[in-house]
Design a binder for this molecule. Structure first.
Ligand code: SF4
Length: 316
């Protein structure tokens, strides 16, 4: 993985998008392109017009590189006094503070230290790397100001498939163990099942396994989302799964590129999640993130007959 450095300007950004998702009021990031290299990652399309790509001579959709800002703790220090106790800062939203390149600079813990020791806000940590355990002592000192999530994007039984799709992230087992350790140490946790890929994390059985894991880790809230099938990410996922010999999952990923199939997959996913959440006793903690513009009006109507847990979002 080739590492590029780019000095970002803003430190802590207000985010209406994350407020609508009920996740945070602000976001903070350690770079532009994350070295975990998840094939479905939407950060490349969200950030594709950033000046850094032109200056560095990079195609935002190419793989094999990451872009990190080693000065992130200083950027956060410049902004942290502007936030309030009522704010919630998402760390991170389009990158990962414990991705390999961020780990080698110890950015995750340094940034967290700035946000916790110099600020007053709640910090919602989100990562796909079990190396976050190294910051647990720090988090424990600010227990009521930290919510920790390690993305559980699939059941442990689908770990081999996810290693293809999330090549440089910790395995699902490692993330689960890290989240469980956090819970056992008294840290406040949340569940993030985003995205629930078709053929991997959308069946009732898969969701039962994922919800059971989240409950075991004491998660206070659970966010869940269908995959975005309009970008290049789903194509990359289907190709990689096919190459690795996971033919059924590859076909399932490929199929949802068509509008009717995607609507059916998303409706079935939401309904299955609601049933499993009720069975697991966590329906009141469920937040299903749905972009209205991706659904047909018929599909929206179907979903609105049982809106439990659904958070409708405007166009991404
Ligand atoms: S960990 Fe998150 S930000 Fe990093 S590549 Fe994966 S989805 Fe993208």
């Amino acid at each position: 993985m080739k590492e590029h450095v780019w000095p970002l300007t803003a430190g802590i950004n207000r985010s209406r998008e994350f407020a609508r998702k009920k996740l945070a009021t602000h976001t903070a990031n350690v770079g532009l392109i994350c070295g975990h290299g998840c094939l479905y990652c939407s950060s490349r399309s969200v950030l594709r017009c950033h000046r850094a790509f032109k200056v560095l001579g990079l195609n935002p959709f190419d793989e094999g590189y990451c872009i990190v800002d080693p000065q992130t703790p200083l950027r956060l220090m410049n902004d942290v006094h502007k936030t309030y106790a009522s704010d919630v800062i998402m760390f991170c939203s389009t990158s990962d503070g414990w991705a390999p390149e961020a780990q080698s600079l110890n950015l995750g813990e340094q940034c967290l230290r700035v946000l916790l020791e110099h600020g007053r806000s709640v910090v919602r940590v989100l990562t796909k790397n079990a190396a976050v355990t190294g910051a647990y002592d720090l988090m424990a000192r600010y227990r009521n100001r930290v919510r920790l999530g390690l993305s559980l994007t699939a059941p442990k039984s689908a770990e081999a498939l996810m290693k293809v799709l999330e090549p440089h992230a910790s395995t699902i087992s490692e993330r689960f163990a890290a989240l469980k350790e956090a819970h056992e140490r008294g840290l406040r946790t949340y569940g993030m099942f985003c995205p629930c890929l078709p053929g991997i994390a959308d069946s009732p059985e898969a969701l039962e396994e994922m919800f059971a894991a989240a409950v075991e880790c004491g998660t206070e809230d659970i966010w869940l989302e269908p995959v975005n099938a309009r970008g290049k990410g789903i194509v990359r996922c289907a190709e990689a799964l096919a190459q690795a010999g996971f033919t059924a999952a590859a076909h399932a990923a490929d199929a949802v590129r068509h509008e009717a199939a995607w609507n059916e997959y998303a409706i079935n996913l939401v309904k299955a999640a609601q049933v499993v959440a009720v069975g697991s006793g966590v329906i009141d903690r469920l937040h299903v993130l749905l972009y209205a513009n991706r659904f047909t009006s018929d599909a929206q109507e179907t979903l609105n007959t049982d809106p439990r847990g659904i958070v409708w979002l405007k166009k991404q």
